[in-house]
Design a protein around this ligand. Structure first.
Ligand code: ADP
Length: 483
């Protein structure tokens, strides 16, 4: 059987200023496989001293990286992209070992992650400025775009590779340098992609990956004068803390925070399509994505039929270790995630909801939880307002468009929403009233490298992917010339 030690890209040191290094204290953070509970390796337990070093290294590397032509940077990024694809299977294996998602999904994430590198390598050549017609015959107005400088990134464990390339690729393409702190649950994908960046010829200090104490490293990232931007994907509570910390240096921020996505199925929906869409949006990554369907609203005329067919489909999902063939739902990341799912189910059932499948820890043990469907859910239940982050699907009955739009918007979050209807007028009427950064209309597979991903309200701000994602890493400079 393959093990991580057979894999060249399996790195257990941090990457600072072009060197693979240990923590000053020599302390380490243990990483476990959520499917087995077994230790798979460890990474340096670093803190503020190493974070300062990484920021300094990144700052030193900035001048020469930003002075390169966009084409020269694109050439390096293109090699990085190719190396990522060449090593896709190894990275996917690392990902399944540390994160738990099924191997096929992990491979999908590697390709998705690589697509950002390729796309931004190209788009980096199209960072245009402007010449604005002058209001004064003796003056000329020229607008240029400049790289922001050193960027710090804090990333989550649910997409351990894509959340990194979605930030690092546009940053590097724009001429910025970056220091990345991956989640402690999943540092190995981050270190693997840094290794490939090194092989691709990314100069020392341009990309750094530092592991260890989140608070200590985060506080250097947020308060250091040399860091010009913090880009964060994670929970809303941590996002609030980081935003507050960034105020001391008035740092530019991008926050991709929690979600509470409604998926609305109208009475005129294509039911089979809606079922497939709901399955993908709910059970991908065992329900651990910020755009997962958190609340499934079904019109009362089709509620029973949808619930029956959807439950049948959920019952057929294969749960297991992501390395096993055909597995569709892997383990949850940790015990805390399981306890959260249990609590939300218990609360819903105590207030009148019923379980039609699943509802408890899976017999496989460890991080496994049964894919679950709850019916007769209503807004009095915590599951409607909290982000579930697990394989639990609550079905809520609704009667009118107005009522369901109000309920869908009745949340602090505003990341993704989904609607299913065959009525084109309704599609636009509803989509325009939904207070969300992204709306999937008869589709739940909405994210890719060419479109802007991001939210409104307390789901954060800033966009990743697309030309909008590149704009996040440049600043606009106005040059006024008197003739
Ligand atoms: P989750 O609950 O999904 O793990 P978090 O928001 O807690 O989401 O974590 C997202 C990322 O933020 C992880 O890399 C984590 O290590 C990091 N993190 C958590 N707390 C802090 C903090 N106080 N300062 C900086 N980073 C943090």
């Amino acid at each position: 059987m393959q093990t991580l030690n057979d894999i060249n890209l399996f790195q257990q040191s941090a990457f600072i200023n072009g060197e693979w290094v240990e923590a000053q204290s020599k302390a380490r953070v243990i990483v476990t496989n959520p499917a087995t509970g077994e230790e798979i390796g460890s990474v340096p337990d670093m803190g503020s001293a190493e974070a300062l070093k990484a920021v300094d290294g990144s700052h030193d590397a900035l001048q020469s990286w930003k002075a390169m032509t966009a084409q020269a940077r694109a050439d390096i990024l293109t090699s990085w992209y190719k190396l990522t694809l060449d090593n896709a299977e190894e990275i996917a294996f690392i990902m399944t070992m540390e994160q738990g998602k099924p191997l096929a999904e992990a491979l999908g994430e590697v390709k998705y992650a690589a697509s950002f590198i390729q796309w931004f390598a190209e788009e980096g050549k199209r960072i245009y400025g402007d010449v604005i017609p002058s209001t004064n015959k003796d003056q000329r107005f020229i607008i240029t775009k400049e790289p922001l400088g050193v960027v710090a990134a804090i990333t989550p464990w649910n997409f351990p590779l894509a959340m990194i390339t979605r930030k690092a690729a546009p940053a590097l393409a724009a001429g910025c340098t970056i220091v990345i702190k991956p989640a402690n649950e999943t540092p190995f994908c981050a270190l693997a992609i840094a290794k490939l960046a090194e092989q691709a010829g990314v100069p020392a200090g341009v990309i750094n990956v530092i592991t260890g104490n989140s608070e200590a490293i985060g506080s250097v990232f947020t308060t250091h004068e040399k860091v010009k931007k913090l880009t964060f994907t994670g929970s809303t509570p941590i996002g609030r803390i980081l935003m507050q910390q960034c105020s001391s240096t008035v740092k530019k921020l991008a926050l991709e925070l929690g979600g509470n996505a409604p998926l609305i199925i109208f009475e005129d929906a294509d039911l089979d399509k809606a079922i497939q869409g709901a399955l993908f949006a709910k059970f991908r990554n065992a329900g651990q994505t910020c755009v997962c369907a958190n609340r499934i609203y079904v019109h009362k005329k089709i509620y029973s039929e949808f619930a029956a067919k959807f439950t049948e489909a959920v019952k057929s999902l294969k749960v297991g270790n992501g390395l096993d063939n055909q597995v569709q739902v892997g383990p949850l990341i940790n015990e805390k995630a399981i306890i959260k799912a249990e609590k939300l189910i218990e609360d819903a059932c105590s207030k009148g909801a019923s379980l039609v499948c699943g509802g408890k820890r899976h017999e496989l043990g460890n991080g496994f939880f049964e894919p679950t469907v709850l019916i007769d859910v209503d807004k009095s239940m915590d599951i409607v307002s909290e982000e579930i982050f697990g394989p639990v699907a609550p079905l809520i009955r609704f009667e009118s468009d107005k009522e369901v739009i109000e309920q869908a918007n009745d949340t602090i979050y505003g990341l993704a929403a989904y609607i299913y209807t065959e009525n084109i007028s309704r599609i636009f009427e509803v989509a325009e009233q939904l207070e969300y950064g992204m709306v999937g209309m008869n589709s739940t597979a909405i994210s890719n490298e060419v479109v802007p991903f991001g939210g409104v309200k307390q789901s954060g701000f800033g966009r990743e992917g697309s030309k909008y994602g590149l704009e996040e890493f440049v600043t606009t400079k106005y040059l006024c010339l008197e003739l």
